[in-house]
Every structure is written in C-alpha cells, then in structure tokens.
Design a binder for this molecule. Structure first.
Ligand SMILES: *[C@@H]1O[C@H](CO)[C@@H](O)[C@H](O)[C@H]1NC(C)=O
Ligand SMILES: *[C@@H]1O[C@H](CO)[C@@H](O)[C@H](O)[C@H]1NC(C)=O
Ligand SMILES: *[C@@H]1O[C@H](CO)[C@@H](O)[C@H](O)[C@H]1NC(C)=O
Ligand SMILES: *[C@@H]1O[C@H](CO)[C@@H](O)[C@H](O)[C@H]1NC(C)=O
Ligand SMILES: *[C@@H]1O[C@H](CO)[C@@H](O)[C@H](O)[C@H]1NC(C)=O
Ligand SMILES: *[C@@H]1O[C@H](CO)[C@@H](O)[C@H](O)[C@H]1NC(C)=O
Ligand SMILES: *[C@@H]1O[C@H](CO)[C@@H](O)[C@H](O)[C@H]1NC(C)=O
Ligand SMILES: *[C@@H]1O[C@H](CO)[C@@H](O)[C@H](O)[C@H]1NC(C)=O
Ligand SMILES: *[C@@H]1O[C@H](CO)[C@@H](O)[C@H](O)[C@H]1NC(C)=O
Length: 731
C-alpha cells in the first residue's frame, strides 16, 4: 500500500494534466507562447520564430500585442478567429491652422485589409474636407466635408451630421491608405473655437461626437493619437477550392475543421465542424463540444448524452416526443411525475386494502359456511330435539360435545390414538379437558333416513345406567355422521382374553361364568329397561369389554339404529358378526331380543370351548362353533369340544351350562329363553358350583375360590401380564 502511494499521486497528477489539456484546448501552436498579459494569441498569430503563420507575426511589449512588422506602431486589441477580423490601433490625422498639411497613412500588410463594413472615415472640425486615398486592386478614395461658421451652428446631438463632424464609408479591400486634408478649407477663420481638424478610419459606432472635441485639448486628451480600426484577414488570398490544392500552404489542417470562403475579404478562412470548437488552424485544434454541459445552447428536454461531434436527446422510456431537443417529453414533468407517483401509490394501497378485504370476506364466508354446516349437521342429527330434552332436564346424563372438543381430545383423530377399527368405524382414545379418558366412536356412514331417530335413540341410551353396560357419555352432532363418546374401559375385550396372544393363560371357570352372567344381566337390562326393548343387535365377544377385575361391560348396543336395508351394508354386518348371527334374522331380516339371545349363546360357547365362533378344526376345516356344538351335544361328545382346562371341574356343571347354551341356540326364536332367564340360570349355576366347592374342598379349591372372587387382588395378579398388554381397550 505504502509503495503504491507515490504511483497513485503520480497517476493523479497525470490525470489532472490530461483533464487540463483536454478541457482548455490550446489556441497557440504547441510549444509557443500563448498569452501576452491577459491577451490570448491564437494561431495563425504567434510570437517568435515558428510560432506564427507567415504574415501573422506579432510581438508582446509591456503586456501589449503589436503587429511586428509594420511601418506604424499597430497595437492589436482583439482577434476573431471565426470572423477573420482583428481590432487594432491606427493613427489619427490632424490638421491645425498653425501647422497645416497633416496626414496619416496605413499599410495593412499581406492577408489584411481595412474592413469596409466595420469602419467609417470620420472627420472632426468646422470647415474641414478630409480625404482617404487608398489602394485595393485599384486606386480608390473617399472624402467627407464638415461645415460650421460659429460655435452655435455645431450639432450637439452626438451625430456626425456634417456640422462639426462628418462620416463616410470607405472602399472595400483596401490594403493601404493615406488620410489627408484639403488645404483650401483651413481652420484660420474658426480658430477661436476650433484650432485643429482631425480625421481617422475607425470602428463604426465607436466614435461619439461631442462639440467640445472641436477645441482640441479634449480630443487629444481622450484619444491620444490612435483609434481602433477593424481589419479583415484571411488565411490565404485564394478561395477554398484553390487553397486545398496546395497542401503545403493550406491552413485548415484540423481533423474536425474545414475551409470557408471569407465574405469580407478575398481569400479563405478555417472553421471547426459543427459540434466542435477550438482553433481550426491547429491539427488537434477542433475539440468535441460536450453539448450536455451547455443546456442553454443545446437544449434537451429528455436524457442528454454526448457523442463525438453531436449529442443525442431522448425521452425516458414510456414517454413520447417527436423531438425532445425542442419539445418537452410529455407527459412527465416533475410535478406530473410527483402526481403520478402519488396516484400510483394510492392505487396500490387501495389494491392492497381491497385484497385484504376480499381475503377477510372469504375467511368470514368459510367460517360461516363451517358454522352453517355444523348447524345443518346438528339439526339433521336431531341435535335440536336432544338439546330441548337436555334443557328440559329430561336428559341430564348425556352431553353434547362440539367438534373442536373431540378434535382436541383425540389430537385431531391422530392414528396413534386409535384403539380399534371395525366394520362400523374407528374408536379413538380421547382425553377431555378435565383429563377424563374416553373412547370416541367415529362411525363410517349412517343412513340418512334413520338420522331422525338417532337423537331419540341417544336419549334412550343415555338413560341406561348399569354397571355392566359401557356408559355413553355424550355425542357430537356437528359432523356428518354423529360421533359417540363412551367411558373408556381399559382391559380389552373378551375376544382378546379368549383368543388373544396370551392364550397360554388359563382363565378360571368362575371368571368365565361371572363374565357370562354379567353380560347376560347387561343384555337383560337392555331388553327390559325400555319399551320397545333395546336390542343390542351385535352381541359377540369383541363387544364385551373388560374392566377392572374382568368386570364385563357390554358395548356397541343399539346397533339396530345403524342397521339398514341397504344390501351392501347388510353384507358388511353379516360378515362382521358371522358365527353369531341369529339364523332367523338372516331369513326375516328382523332383529329381536331373541336375536341377542342366540348371539349370547355363541359367546357362552366361546367361554367354555375357547374356540372362535368360526374356527378351523384339527383337519383345517372351517367350522361354525354353534353347529359343531349342537352336533357334539346330539352325539354326546360334549367333552371333545369343551376347553380341556375346565373339564376337571365336573361334567355335571358344564353339562348345565351346555344345556343353557343349547337352548339359546335354538333355531326358532320362541324356543329360546329370555335374557333375564339366562342371567338367572347362570347365577344359580354359579352359586351351586361355589357351594359345591366349599362343601368338597380339594387342593385347588382355595385357588379357585380366590381367583373367582370379584375383588380378589391375586386374581388381577394372575393376569397382570395380560392387563399390561395394550389391548383394544375401550371397545
Ligand atoms: C487584464 O489583466 C489585468 C490584470 O492583470 C486586468 O486589470 C485587466 O482588466 C485585464 N484585461 C482584460 C481585458 O481582461
Ligand atoms: C514599457 O513601459 C515602461 C513604463 O511603463 C516604459 O518605460 C518602457 O519604455 C516601455 N517599453 C516599451 C518597449 O514601450
Ligand atoms: C516587414 O518589414 C520589412 C522592412 O521593414 C518590409 O520589407 C516587409 O515588406 C515587411 N513585411 C510586411 C508583411 O509588412
Ligand atoms: C474583443 O472583442 C470582444 C467581443 O468581440 C470584446 O468583448 C472584448 O472586450 C474585446 N477586447 C478588447 C481588448 O477590446
Ligand atoms: C465579415 O464582416 C462582418 C461585419 O463586420 C462580421 O460580422 C463578420 O464576422 C465578418 N466575417 C465573416 C467571415 O463574415
Ligand atoms: C500621404 O499624402 C501626403 C500628401 O499628399 C504625402 O505628402 C505623403 O507622403 C503621403 N504618405 C504616403 C506614405 O504615401
Ligand atoms: C486658408 O484659407 C484662406 C481662404 O479660405 C486662404 O486665403 C489662406 O491662404 C489659407 N491659408 C493657408 C495657410 O493655406
Ligand atoms: C504552394 O505553397 C508554397 C508555399 O506557400 C509555394 O512556395 C508554392 O509555390 C505553392 N505551390 C502552388 C502550386 O501554388
Ligand atoms: C447530429 O445528429 C442529428 C440527429 O441526431 C443530425 O440531424 C445532425 O446532422 C447531426 N450533426 C452532425 C454534425 O453530425
């Protein structure tokens, strides 16, 4: 960095130098003195050998510029390159009464002529006749006469009117001149107020006559002995077409310059091309004009960009004008632009606002639609009826849940919360806000025509309160198919207990009988608690849940309301309950309490045979448990079909249970016992059996009784591993 610093400074100086040389284009020849005092001497004029074109030699004395080689001392006041003119001093001729015969001659020199347009011959005096005798191609002359006999007759208006002062034009292209006076008109008679007469060739309009000048002192005091005269000059005395032929003498050598014929003298001048400025007599004299820096001379109402020898002016994109150099680029003026910007921001703000409004409106619509949908579902599902009932305190055990409540409880029906999935729908484990654990049943579909009855059914079901019936806590009506909320039963289903993975566990006969009895009591309660009776319709081991200590809890009752005449749904139902289904129902398609009795019979068989309702025998043949049992009963082969684990408890007892099952499985409904009778029968069988055990205690009695006790902790201990299993609890 430090090493680079001198280089940087050097580069900076070079840059400055180049800027200076390019911006202030030189007027003098390179290497020559350019100024004298504050007078700039442009080439072809120049001071010193090699610095001027032939005939343009000047000298600089006491900060004044003089024609170098003239007979008279001619000071140059001004040089115009473009006009081909120069202002310089010439002598005044004076003629006094006491020293007559004054004259003033001028020799312009080569390439210079006295400008006829710019000058006038002027004489000051009374009784004066001044002559100019000159030479161009020919001899030429001019003269003017002034006459005033006394002081009063002098014109004091400042005009050279012939009274004290006269003026006249001179011949063109004079290269030499001599100003003289006619001696016949002298100042002897007017000497009192006008001792001397004066005559000169001076710049037109320069001289302003005053009567006091006639007295002499004032005149000499003011002008000394010189006046400014304009000379025309040319670079050469031939015209352009001739001059260009001799390149060794041709003056217009600038790259961007050209030749023009002089209008004021015979010869040619040089000029820079359009778009350039500088000295056309120098090789690098004509420089490009940066027009964009001079907007007054080079107007541009759009975007100005300089080019070599020209400039372009264009309107901003999106605005139009035929010629932005003359016309304004419409319509974007500064105020206009501000207005447009304001307008645009206004419009965009409006648009954004509008979008927000639309969005909000859509959201509101969606919300309303949802609310409306909920309301429709609520009404369809008999919500109003239920609501009325609840309000009138007729129903106080059932609660109507909102959709959000259940969604929150089940983590939006997350699959990890699934407890089971069956033909009717899916059961989810839900945790309510009050941290109560519930089972939420979400059915697949429901027949529209039966929806009206749903609420009625709900009311009935909600009034069911039995220790062996799973309690219905509430429902949600805001969805297409109502969801049911039950109490959650933790220990799985009877089906799992009998046929689950832990088949190795032996379940005591007492437990089995108790489960059977409790289930029967639950069904009996359903059948008798309401009119018309509540038919469970789907009694099977998966629908008997197990609570603490394997308390039976019947669930999924009231399936009848889900039943339909729809063939496909009917088939689904038949498939789901095959093996349990009342054969009468298959014919009549009419569910009755007796249908439940038949199904219960099959469950009872499951309990004592540990076989599936439809099972594969040792030969791998699929068999219907009910049919096989009835056949075995008929052939006195009961022992072969019963569970080996319970055979030891005496055939007498098992025979009784088998008889009960058989009566339940009667083909004709009327021949089957009522559910209450079944429950009673089971109860008495159990009691008899327990009494027998106490009367004839054996080695296993203690264990059997203990394990059969409803509240015996060792019973639960025995099945701890089973309880620990994550079963389809709740179903
Ligand atoms: C020339 O320069 C002098 C000072 O150096 C100044 O007084 C004078 O007015 C200048 N003349 C012109 C015509 O600029
Ligand atoms: C220059 O001016 C000074 C005084 O201003 C004068 O003495 C001198 O003679 C002049 N030189 C010439 C060459 O006129
Ligand atoms: C310059 O002066 C010399 C002698 O004084 C004269 O011979 C010559 O013609 C003059 N040149 C011009 C251009 O006036
Ligand atoms: C030279 O001419 C220009 C205009 O053409 C003028 O402004 C300037 O004053 C003149 N210089 C002298 C010394 O007369
Ligand atoms: C010719 O004379 C006129 C009047 O004095 C002047 O304006 C012009 O610049 C001169 N030069 C040219 C080349 O016309
Ligand atoms: C000018 O004219 C006068 C009178 O005619 C004469 O004496 C003088 O020599 C002339 N001057 C020139 C340079 O010709
Ligand atoms: C002046 O003019 C008068 C006539 O107007 C003449 O008689 C006299 O000689 C002239 N004087 C001179 C010196 O020429
Ligand atoms: C060309 O110009 C030079 C110098 O001015 C001169 O010596 C020569 O005679 C000229 N030639 C022609 C053909 O005019
Ligand atoms: C400059 O450009 C304009 C058009 O942009 C054209 O008409 C004009 O002739 C050009 N002038 C020069 C000197 O190139």
């Amino acid at each position: 960095m430090a090493a680079a610093l001198p280089w940087l400074i050097f580069a900076f100086i070079l840059l400055l130098a180049s800027i200076k040389s390019s911006t202030a284009s030189r007027m003098a020849k390179p290497g020559c003195r350019e100024t004298c005092g504050n007078f700039t001497i442009p080439y072809p004029f120049g001071i010193g050998e090699g610095c001027f074109r032939e005939g343009f030699d000047v000298s600089c004395v006491n900060n004044s510029v003089y024609r170098h080689n003239s007979s008279s001392r001619l000071e140059i006041y001004n040089i115009s390159l473009a006009g081909g003119q120069a202002r310089l001093s010439t002598l005044i001729a004076s003629n006094c009464f006491n020293s007559p015969g004054g004259w003033a001659s001028l020799n312009t020199g080569k390439f210079f002529t006295v400008s006829t347009k710019a000058n006038k011959l002027t004489a000051v005096g009374c009784n004066t006749l001044a002559f100019l005798v000159g030479f161009n191609e020919y001899s030429a002359g001019a003269g003017c006469f002034s006459m005033c006999t006394d002081k009063q007759s002098v014109d004091d208006s400042g005009q050279c009117s012939g009274m004290g002062c006269c003026q006249t034009s001179i011949a063109p292209n004079l290269i030499s001149s001599n100003i003289t006076f006619d001696n016949r008109f002298n100042n002897s008679e007017v000497r009192e107020f006008n001792p001397c007469s004066y005559a000169f060739v001076a710049e037109q309009d320069w001289f302003k006559f005053e009567p006091s000048y006639l007295e002499g002192e004032k005149f000499t005091e003011k002008f000394k002995d010189v006046v400014p005269t304009v000379l025309d000059w040319v670079a050469g005395n031939e015209y352009c077409d001739e001059a260009v032929k001799n390149m060794s003498s041709y003056a217009c050598i600038s790259k961007n310059g050209h030749c023009i014929n002089s209008l004021n003298a015979t010869g040619y001048l040089c000029a820079c091309n359009d778009g350039f400025e500088g000295n056309p007599y120098l090789e690098e004299g004509c420089q490009d004009i940066n027009e964009c820096s001079f907007p007054d001379q080079y107007p541009c109402n759009g975007i100005c960009s300089n080019m070599i020898g020209n400039y372009s002016c264009s309107c901003k994109s999106g605005t139009q004008s035929i010629d932005p150099k003359r016309e304004t680029c419409d319509p974007i003026t500064a105020s206009e632009r501000a207005r447009l910007t304001k307008m645009f921001t206004g419009i965009s703000a409006c648009a954004i606002l509008l979008l927000i409004c639309i969005f909000a409106l859509l959201m509101e619509c969606q919300k309303r639609k949802l609310v409306k949908e909920k309301k429709i579902f609520f009404q369809q599902n008999g919500g109003l009826l239920l609501y009325e009932q609840i309000r009138s305190k007729q129903v106080d055990t059932v609660r109507i849940f909102t959709r959000e409540e259940l969604e929150n409880a089940t983590n939006n029906f997350d699959s990890s919360r699934e407890l089971g999935r069956g033909g009717h729908g899916t059961v989810y484990k839900g945790i309510l806000k009050d941290s109560r654990v519930v089972a939420i049943k979400r059915s697949k579909v429901m027949n529209m025509t039966q929806k009206d009855e749903f609420a009625q059914e709900m009311i009935i079901l909600s009034q069911i309160n039995h220790r062996n019936v799973v309690k219905l806590l509430g429902c949600c009506l805001e969805v297409e198919v109502p969801m049911l909320v039950y109490e959650c039963i933790p220990n799985g289903t009877l089906f799992e207990l009998l046929h689950g993975k832990n088949k190795r566990l032996s379940i005591s006969l007492d437990t089995r009988l108790r489960i059977a009895q409790e289930s029967a009591e639950a069904l009996a309660y359903l059948h008798s608690s309401a009119y018309p009776p509540i038919v469970h319709g789907d009694v099977k081991s998966p629908n008997i849940l197990l609570g603490d200590n394997y308390t039976a809890k019947v669930t999924d009752f009231g399936a009848s309301m889900m039943l339909t005449t729809d063939e496909i749904q009917f088939m689904t139902l038949v498939q789901g309950t095959i093996g349990y289904l009342d054969p009468e129902y298959l014919q009549e398609r009419q569910l009755t309490e007796k249908s439940d009795v038949y199904s219960f019979g099959v469950v009872l068989l499951e309990l004592i045979t540990m076989k599936f309702a439809i099972y594969s025998d040792s030969a791998g043949e699929r068999k219907n448990l009910a049919s096989s049992f009835l056949l075995a009963m008929k052939e006195n082969g009961l022992q072969s079909i019963l569970d080996k684990d319970i055979l030891e408890f005496g055939m007498e007892l098992l025979q009784e249970v088998a008889q009960l099952a058989k009566s339940c499985l009667s083909v004709k409904g009327e021949e089957r016992p009522l559910m209450t009778e079944v429950a009673e029968r089971l109860k008495s069988i159990r009691v008899t059996w327990r009494e027998q055990l106490i009367q004839n205690p054996s080695t296993e009695t203690e264990y059997l009784l203990e394990s059969s006790s409803d509240y015996d902790p060792s019973s639960t201990g025995q099945h701890r591993s089973l309880m620990a299993l994550d079963l389809e609890s709740g179903r």
